[in-house]
Design a protein around this ligand. Structure first.
Ligand code: THU
Length: 160
């Protein structure tokens, strides 16, 4: 038997103001779209903004449904929109923010497993890492230099 250790390095910033200007702007886009989320059931609004290599910013929010499983997370709304609109343009950075309608969300909210899997597909295909920043409504921001850090041992097309 051999032990396999998996390590990931992430970076924590005390506040969005401690990040470079372009990330602050990307996070502002995520906040703007978060405020337009359709989340009447969970009352939990999420916004995601992607910066593409061509300079375009694509954003998306969570879209819920009376048939709960039919809803979609903000991250996948955004990344599928980018894939549909600019299929051959690389995604460089992604900013994510979440805010409960019930209380202040102070902790960084990481993308769910299904969204990590979806983002991984794009990162692997484009062969360059996607920088990911996530936060709550206020407070700390976590940065990952690549989606791969958030999804070790991913299942991908090489496994098929
Ligand atoms: N949600 C996201 O938009 N992204 C995530 O990564 C986690 C969860 C949404 C889905 C649902 O509309 C609400 O947050 C509560 O789960």
């Amino acid at each position: 038997m051999k032990e396999i250790k998996i390590e990931s390095t992430l970076y924590a910033y005390e506040s969005v103001e401690n990040l470079p200007q372009d990330i602050q702007e990307l996070m502002s886009e995520a906040v703007e779209v978060r405020n337009k989320a359709y989340a009447p059931y969970s009352k939990f609004n999420v916004g995601a903004a992607l910066l593409l290599e061509n300079g375009e910013v694509i954003s998306g929010s969570n879209q819920e449904n009376a048939s709960y499983p039919s809803g979609l997370c903000a991250e996948r709304t955004a990344i599928y929109y980018a894939g549909a609109k600019y299929p051959n343009v690389k995604i460089v950075k992604m900013a994510i923010t979440a805010a409960s309608q019930k209380q202040k969300t102070e902790n960084p909210i990481p993308p769910c497993g299904a969204c990590r899997q979806a983002i991984a597909e794009y990162e692997i295909n484009q062969e360059t890492p996607i920088e990911i920043y996530f936060m709550g409504e206020i407070g700390k921001v976590i940065k990952s230099n690549s989606l791969a850090n958030l999804l070790p041992l991913s299942f991908d097309k090489s496994n098929l």
